[in-house]
Design a protein around this ligand. Structure first.
Ligand code: GDP
Ligand code: IMO
Ligand code: MG
Length: 425
């Protein structure tokens, strides 16, 4: 059984928590796109783990984790994450018996990518994307322009030094022209060589490994990062990330073909959030203030306050379409426990017409006014409820309705960040 898990909204849907839960029934967990712009939170008892590059499956003993070819990898960041996990009691090891494998063809993030990310944002001024400044866009840009360095280049010192020198020359010229801070060859060579030495035992041909594993009947879980509306093709361009966050990205980013995939699970919050700029039709101050007041909805990677809004069924229905979502996991249901009247967006009003789909043009989306249906709140705490049938009737009705509107089957309901606060249907 191979499962692709995707975010059905704008990222931060609670994918980390659901991946951790689903890892119990998987042998291998793979990241296939994005980089350390992601922040996936998992709680084990009182301990909080935030994974950026390493698949969330790493927290379960005996599971193998893979960073696939579609990921952009910051080697210094990855070494830091491995050391950070060790401090929290999780050993990450390479080699035959290890629990982490890194693709030799994943592209490498360099300091000039981060510098350019920041400079471009600065120059855009009020039109900025609100990136995580992790260099993700410039790294994927180099990949597509066929001038990127890959992990296999990083771990071969002689080749690496030549390529580094050449790339740095061009990038420093660009940085200088944009008024940024030029980057020292010596410093990068030292830092990246040290990271390469640490990472060498982890590096392998993950495409062959994953296909052999599939043939041997091992169960793979593909851990999506970001969310559908941050997809470079299907999101609210240009306010998106630079990878395919939708289900197709799991195939290209791993080398496992579509006909080996068995199901697609979409994760969504019971409401909507977005961090960074760009349209968010159901954005609403009342729900934002409520959630922030409870200390919720601050970014796991940058700490920025997330923008919040009502559940947008037009968007999630679109997500079902482009991802082929079979099953839904709804998280953060408890976030609505104290709301008297809950709104759900069922259509977009644009130029006196009611749309049932997300317009492809981001400027049109920004002008859409949500059409709402209102549901009575359940006004009861749900944190401790263990079975779906024990949820308040109004809550069940709300969940059934948002799944019906989204067009997929409800499979998991989550009422808190912990493993135990999860119900299966
Ligand atoms: P991801 O990027 O999709 O993995 O999501 P993040 O980890 O960035 O953000 C989701 C936040 O919601 C994290 O703080 C989780 O611990 C938290 N979370 C996940 N599911 C639930 C839930 O059902 N209830 C509550 N209260 N928090 C949840
Ligand atoms: P997870 O996996 C939410 C957003 C940024 C910005 C845009 C582009 O935790 O859900 P980038 O740095 O990728 O070039 O930024 O994408 N973004 C995310 N928002 N969750 C994420 O990851 C995100 N990764 C990137 O805020 O708007
Ligand atoms: Mg996140």
């Amino acid at each position: 059984m191979n499962t692709i898990l995707v975010g059905a909204q704008w990222g931060d849907e609670g994918k980390g928590k659901i991946i951790d839960v689903l890892t119990e029934d998987a042998d291998i967990v793979v990241r296939t796109q994005g980089g350390n712009n992601a922040g996936h939170t998992v709680f084990l008892g009182p301990k909080k783990y935030i994974l950026h590059l390493i698949p969330s499956g790493i927290l379960r003993p005996g599971k193998q984790c893979v960073i696939g070819n579609g990921v952009v990898l910051d080697p210094v960041g990855l070494v830091g994450e491995i050391d950070g996990l060790l401090k929290l009691g999780i050993r990450v090891r390479g080699g035959k018996r290890g629990n982490l494998v890194v693709s030799e063809t994943a592209h490498v993030v360099f300091p000039w990518h981060r510098e350019l990310d920041g400079l471009r944002e600065q120059r855009k001024g009020s039109k900025k994307i609100g990136t995580t400044k992790r260099g993700i866009g410039p790294t994927y840009g180099d990949k597509t322009a066929r001038v990127g360095l890959r992990v296999v280049d990083l771990i071969h010192p002689e080749r690496f030094e030549v390529m580094l020198r050449e790339r740095l020359k061009e990038n420093n010229a660009v940085i200088r022209a944009l008024g940024g801070k030029v980057i020292s060859y010596k410093k990068i060579r030292e830092e990246y060589s040290q990271a390469a030495d640490r990472l060498r035992p982890f590096v392998a041909n993950t495409v062959v490994m994953l296909n052999e594993a599939t043939q041997a009947g091992r169960r793979i879980l593909f851990e999506g990062a970001q969310g559908t509306f941050l997809d470079i093709d299907h999101g609210t361009y240009p306010f998106v990330t630079s990878s395919n966050t939708t289900s197709g990205g799991a195939c290209t980013g791993s080398g496992v073909p579509p006909n080996r995939m068995d199901r697609v699970v979409g994760v969504m919050k019971a409401y909507t959030t977005r961090v960074g700029e760009g349209p968010l039709p159901t954005e609403n101050a009342e729900i934002s203030d409520l959630l922030h007041g409870m200390g919720r909805e601050f970014g796991s990677t940058t700490g920025r306050a997330r923008r919040c809004g009502w559940f947008d069924a037009v968007a999630t229905r679109h997500a079902t379409m482009v991802n082929g979502i079979d099953e839904l996991a709804i998280t953060n249901i408890d976030g609505l426990d104290t709301v008297k009247e809950i709104k759900v967006c069922t259509g977009y009003r644009l130029n006196k017409r009611i749309l049932q789909h997300v317009p492809a043009d981001c400027e049109a989306l920004a002008r859409c006014q949500p059409v709402y249906t209102t549901f009575p709140g359940w006004l009861e705490a749900t944190h401790e409820i263990k079975r779906f049938r024990d949820l308040p009737e109004r809550c069940r009705r709300y969940l059934d309705e948002i799944c019906r509107l989204t067009g997929a089957k409800l499979r998991i309901a989550s009422v808190g960040p912990a493993r135990e606060q999860t119900m299966f249907l």
